[in-house]
Structure formats: C-alpha cells, structure tokens
Design a protein around this ligand. Structure first.
Ligand code: PML
Length: 245
C-alpha cells in the first residue's frame, strides 16, 4: 500500500498560506488516477489558486492499523455561546477540566496553526514541542464502502460532505489513541461554522454555529491524559498508517 498526500499553498509577501490538503492510502494500481484527482483538487479550492503543490507518494512499510468510524450525531445550536455550553457539558463529562477547555479555545483563537495543539486534560498546559506547527494527523484513509454509506447520510446535513468525511476520518484516528480523551475542532474556513467535538465515549458530535460567520479563527485541540509519552503519541498521530472502517 502507498500513502498519497497533497498540500497546496501560496506565498504572498513572503508568507506561505495553506490552501488545501488531502490524502489517502491506496494500492499501487490506483496511484496514477489519485494523483490526477489531487492535482485537480489543488486548483479548485475557494481559498484561491496555489503557487506550490506538493504531492508525496510513499510506500507504507508498516501494517495498517484498523480503527472503527466514530458514530455521528449533529447538534443544532443557535450561537457560539450555546455551542460553548454544550461543549463544556460534554467535555466535562469525560474529564476535561474547565481550565483545559479555556486553554484550548485560547490557542485556537490566538495561535493559528496547521496542526493540533495538545492540551493536558487537567492542567490545561500545552504539551506539543513545536508550538507553531502543532501536530498533524496523517496516514489515514476511510474504507470506500464506509465512505459511500456516510456520504449518503451527510449529504442532507452539510453543504460540504467531503469536508465532513475527512474530519470524521481524522477524528476516528485521534479517538483511537488511548491517551487522547477528546478532541475539539473549529474549521478555519471563515464560511464554515459547524465544528465538532469527538471522543471514544460519545463519538463525533457535530455542532452548528460553533463560531460566527466570517470569523477567521480555527484549529484543533486534543485533550491528553498525563503522564504520557508525547513522542509515541505524536508518532501514532502523524506516522502510523490507519484505515478507518
Ligand atoms: C462537520 O461539519 O462535521 C465539521 C467539519 C469540520 C472540519 C474542519 C475543516 O476541515 O475545516
């Protein structure tokens, strides 16, 4: 099997902005077709045309780890305040302290990163070493049959079902990591105001109006039970090939 990953970006005033990214795990015979799809996708993003597209094709030498897709539920809230109360209730119920929750929101609001921040579930301390890059979930793929089934369900709930599938794939890998108690995600797309919280206890909970429209914030926070070996955790999240079924 092969990991195929695409990253598209644009440099303006010497600042590189991420435009889009996508990835999956494929048989050798599929690579040619997938590269064409990813290249097309890189140029079709509403954030604009990239001036750099990097496509990485890498042989997977480890056995694929299989994890189940988290069950999905959508909560319709009317405002970010209402969304926050729900998030607080659900995350408190799995052991995320108020201080950890506030710390996660502060990082997401003030420190835009491509990767996720790692937050100690009790103290709220940030645990990732690289605080500008964060931790990036990679080497993931959702099995085709499952993807098709979910697409049918999500089409009536979201204007961007592909985005939701990718988020569920990420959340399912993250939740399968024993030291990660829960995840909080707010999209960095100013027009996409549905976010989610996820955990192995309550599944993937989509939450509408998690932020106001046109708000230019977003990111992911993983709540970590300590003590834990952070290097092993980051290896699992970034490098371990995972098939979500
Ligand atoms: C959902 O609609 O389920 C939330 C998806 C959030 C994805 C984050 C992103 O890709 O911007």
């Amino acid at each position: 099997m092969w990991s195929v990953r695409m990253r598209a970006s644009k440099k303006e005033n010497n600042i590189e902005t991420h435009i889009s990214g996508a990835e999956g795990i494929y048989d050798y015979s599929q690579i040619d077709r997938i590269i064409k799809q990813l290249f097309k996708r890189a140029f079709g993003h509403p954030k604009g045309k990239p001036d750099k597209v990097v496509i990485t094709v890498e042989k997977i030498k480890e056995e694929l780890h299989i994890v189940p897709t988290l069950p999905i539920k959508t909560f319709f809230t009317n405002s970010p305040e209402e969304a926050f109360s729900l998030i607080k209730e659900k995350l408190n119920s799995v052991g995320v302290s108020d201080i950890a929750l506030l710390s996660a929101f502060e990082v997401i609001r003030k420190c835009p990163m491509r990767g996720a921040t790692l937050i100690d579930v009790v103290t709220g301390d940030r645990l990732e070493k690289d605080k500008t890059r964060g931790v990036r979930v990679s080497r993931i793929h959702m099995e085709k049959g499952k993807r098709m089934k979910l697409l049918k369900h999500i089409k009536s709930l979201s204007s961007q079902p592909q985005r939701v599938i990718e988020a569920i794939t990420i959340a399912s890998k993250v939740a399968s990591c024993p030291e990660i108690i829960a995840e909080l995600c707010i999209s960095d797309n100013p027009d996409y105001t549905t976010g989610y919280i996820a955990s192995k206890n309550f599944g993937y909970l989509r939450i509408t109006n998690i932020k106001n429209k046109e708000e230019d914030i977003g990111g992911r926070a993983f709540f970590i039970k300590t003590p834990c070996n952070i290097e092993n955790l980051i290896y699992y999240i970034e490098k371990k090939p995972v098939l979500v079924i």
